[in-house]
Design a protein around this ligand. Structure first.
Ligand SMILES: Nc1ncnc2c1ncn2[C@@H]1O[C@H](COP(=O)(O)OP(=O)(O)OP(=O)(O)O)[C@@H](O)[C@H]1O
Length: 360
């Protein structure tokens, strides 16, 4: 269990962590997701004891870590800038943490752990090679393995798959959670990739400007995003957000008056953004609300097609099966439908903060 309460960390004039609250449960795989500079690495370093917070508390398994040295915290970390012994073999790099007096394991158990981790990370055939002669991606997997072989109270992983190509990254994502040690150990995993967070996280914490904006399961973050920025961070193509306002009878009308949706949008006159994900829009007639527009552009995405539809002054993007969309050409008239339960409603964005979700 990892708990950060009211943690603040500044570097000169930069506030890296601003009253950060974080609660990672025992045995959980928790993804901390945020853009560059949001404070992800600083959070990990604070948990590890490599940075001392200016204010607030860090607890591991219920114990206050104030004054506890990094080596005594029982956490194993993997940072993006990994340190390995280049002249030693991959096997020796994996084995070295298990030879230290602190983590010594019986030889048979050590071999078993190394074997499992190496197998799942796909580095078994490389174990005899000196690390200095491995590719960046292979080295990164050895560095990750070095962390995972070691029994720990918690694993702290900072973008551990960032140097892998897309295919390997996807494969590794699936394998990572299958590693026995990972299944048993509380893991705090840092990433800026929302696909990775959705794939891996039992829960996800979205961090922005040194604060946690939202914590939840992937369903909670997907269906009930805290604000427009969280909604934009998840899902490709991105969520459509149409600006408009609430009409006298409580529905939605787009700013140019061309799109009307009979949703319960709140108090009349309020400026809002209505959100709908491209995969929740259906071409043609369907259950739910209908909209009409013209095709602006189409783009093939493998078995599906992204169709951008112009409705008055705004574009709506939708993803349709190739069979339904392949005949569409620019300027063709199209009808779309959306189920009311797939509409999300937000306050309008303001210069000082993204619009919050309104309603349940
Ligand atoms: N040692 C340092 N000295 C000065 N400023 C720092 C230091 N470490 C971090 N910062 C600043 O604190 C803020 C948070 O940095 P942090 O590295 O935690 O972000 P991050 O979310 O991990 O970003 P990235 O994804 O780019 O690694 C940034 O503005 C960064 O420039």
């Amino acid at each position: 269990m990892i708990r950060l309460h009211g943690v603040r960390k500044t570097y000169g004039k930069v506030t890296a962590l601003d009253d950060l609250e974080l609660d990672v449960r025992e045995g959980e795989f928790f993804c901390l997701l945020g853009p560059s500079g949001a404070g992800k690495t600083t959070t990990l370093k604070t948990v590890a004891g490599l940075e001392t917070p200016d204010a607030g508390t860090v607890e591991l398994d219920g114990r206050d870590m104030r004054g506890v040295e990094p080596y005594d915290r029982g956490v194993a970390m993997c940072f993006e800038s990994y340190a390995l012994y280049p002249h030693k073999s991959a096997y020796d790099n994996l084995a070295s943490p298990l030879r230290s007096p602190r983590h010594r394991l019986p030889a048979a158990e050590a071999r078993e752990r190394i074997g499992e981790v190496a197998e799942l990370l796909g580095i078994s055939p490389l174990l005899d090679r000196p690390v200095g002669r491995l590719s960046n991606g292979q080295r990164q997997r050895v560095a990750l393995g070095r962390v995972l072989v070691r029994p720990a109270r918690a694993f702290l992983l900072d973008e551990p798959l960032s140097h892998l190509d897309a295919k390997l990254r996807q494969q590794m994502r699936a394998e990572l959670k299958a590693i026995g040690a990972v299944r048993r150990t509380t893991t705090l995993y840092v990433t800026h990739d929302s696909v990775e967070a959705l794939a891996l996280g039992d829960r996800i914490g979205v961090i922005r400007d040194g604060r946690i904006v939202q914590t939840g399961t992937r369903e909670e973050i997907w269906y009930r995003p805290h604000d427009t920025e969280v909604a934009r961070a998840f899902g490709r193509p991105r969520i459509n957000l149409l600006p408009g306002s609430v009409t006298a009878d409580g529905g939605f009308r787009s700013a140019d008056g061309k799109v009307e949706l009979p949703v319960r949008a709140g108090a009349a006159g309020t400026d809002v953004l209505i959100g709908v994900r491209p995969r929740d829009l259906t071409l043609g007639e369907g259950p739910g609300h209908e909209l009409t527009g013209t095709v602006y552009v189409t783009e093939v995405l493998g078995r599906s097609v992204e169709v951008t539809v112009r409705l008055g002054a705004q574009n709506l993007s939708l993803v349709a099966p190739r069979g339904e969309a392949s005949a569409l050409r620019p300027d063709d008239p199209v009808r779309l439908s959306v189920r009311p339960e797939n509409l999300l409603l937000f306050e309008a964005d303001r210069p000082e903060r993204p619009g919050r979700r309104i309603g349940p």
